[in-house]
Design a protein around this ligand. Structure first.
Ligand code: GLA
Length: 390
């Protein structure tokens, strides 16, 4: 049952749809953003990730058309875009509509027949904050096309279509984590995903702790270009290590011992990047076991180690993220805190005991303000189901 603020957003979206298209939508879809608990910059190294779908989402109302036009109204921007399903290419003039164009393109490239549609959308996933607002838009679009055209496509394949759209129509060479969890998350659970095989399991979150996201307010200007550089460095590490480890295909296949033994083959900076990824893979199974046992403290320790390695070896933190993580770690009821997503700004994710939430929020906001002069937004998250028709 949608809660009252979600209900309100759905009502406004219905009204917006009626105003623009003069009829009622046939479906309303929701697709969530995500916060990642563990395994960062590992998805494009064929590794493991452990995100949750959060209770911030894109809402997408749609109705079929009889022609092959797609007409979109973005309620939050108050802009309309229109395109034909036979002439799909990224639009430099309306980049916000490239997610829909890309999803339509790659669904059709897989042989799915689409009808045109009218659609209105709205989102409360903060944009550019590392909570995967773009994946949520892609997944919402794909779910709407799927519902309106009765498409026979599995959810993992749907996530792959959305990832392709992000690569080719938005120009971001992302991994599969964001789209996958937006489509396949489960309420009360994290999703453990093997980014090579796409095998996944839902892991129940321990009772008595909440996932809290804190937004630095710093938008991730560097994220695009530096993300590409990090990916390149990981690929370089694999190429060089293949000289002595011919069977490896990705950093996921390298153990910490192998990296220690052959590290001299890598330039120093590439070695550090590889160390982050290799140790993240090694850390995951024990951390997930701790989570399953409800051992929040042990899991929190893995989060802290992950953050240190993202800061020192992968170098994707920034002073504002550090200020938030330091402030979080000063609260006794916080078991672990780290940056989440690509880094260079955006958000942290923390595990906080139920009884410490109020103190956490007050302390973090105040310390962050004193340290940086900025306001942090604190979002106490619920782990939600992945996308669905409402
Ligand atoms: C972004 C990408 C993901 C993942 C993270 C880092 O969110 O979209 O695929 O690589 O960065 O873990």
């Amino acid at each position: 049952m949608p809660n009252s603020s979600l209900r309100q957003r759905i009502t406004s979206l219905h009204a917006d749809f009626r105003e623009h298209f003069g009829s009622e939508p046939a479906v309303v879809v929701r697709a969530p953003g995500r916060a990642n608990l563990l395994g960062e910059h590992t998805d494009y190294n064929d590794g493991f990730v452990l995100p949750i779908a959060i209770d911030r989402c894109v809402l997408f109302a749609a109705a079929p058309r009889t022609d092959r036009q797609v007409v979109l109204h973005a309620l939050d921007l108050d802009e309309t875009a229109a395109f034909g399903l036979d002439e799909l290419a990224p639009s430099p003039a309306q980049p916000w509509s490239n997610y829909q164009r890309g999803v339509a393109h790659f669904l059709q490239a897989r042989g799915h027949r689409l009808r045109g549609m009218n659609a209105a959308l709205t989102s409360d996933v903060p944009i550019g904050s590392g909570l995967s607002s773009s994946a949520a838009v892609e997944v919402a679009t794909a779910f709407a096309f799927r519902a309106l055209n009765n498409l026979d496509i599995s959810l993992p394949d749907l996530a792959l279509v959305c990832q392709q759209a992000e690569h080719e129509f938005a120009g971001v060479p992302c991994g599969i984590m964001d789209q996958f969890v937006s489509a396949l998350g489960r309420r009360g659970h994290a999703l453990l995903l093997d980014c090579r095989s796409l095998a996944y399991e839902h892991v129940v979150l321990p009772p008595g702790v909440r996932v809290v996201v804190c937004d630095t307010g710093v938008r991730r200007e560097l994220a695009g270009s530096e993300y590409r550089v990090r990916r390149g460095q990981c690929e370089e590490a694999v190429r060089r290590l293949q000289a002595v480890l011919p069977d490896i295909r990705a950093l996921r296949d390298v153990t910490p011992e192998q990296l220690a033994e052959h590290g001299a083959l890598l330039p120093e900076i590439v070695h550090r990047r590889a160390r982050h990824v290799v140790h993240s893979t090694a850390r995951m199974s024990e951390a997930v076991a701790a989570l399953r046992r409800g051992a929040a403290a042990a899991f929190g320790q893995a989060m802290r180690e992950c953050h240190a390695s993202l800061r020192d070896d992968y170098e994707v933190s920034c002073p504002e993220l550090e200020a938030l993580v330091d402030a979080a770690n000063e609260v006794a009821g916080c078991t672990g805190s780290r940056l989440t997503g690509a880094g260079f700004g955006g958000c942290t994710v923390s595990l906080v005991a139920d009884g410490a939430i109020a103190e956490f929020e007050q302390h973090v906001v105040q310390r962050y303000r004193a340290q940086t002069g900025r306001e942090a937004a604190v979002i106490v998250c619920a782990a939600e189901d992945g996308a669905g028709v409402i």
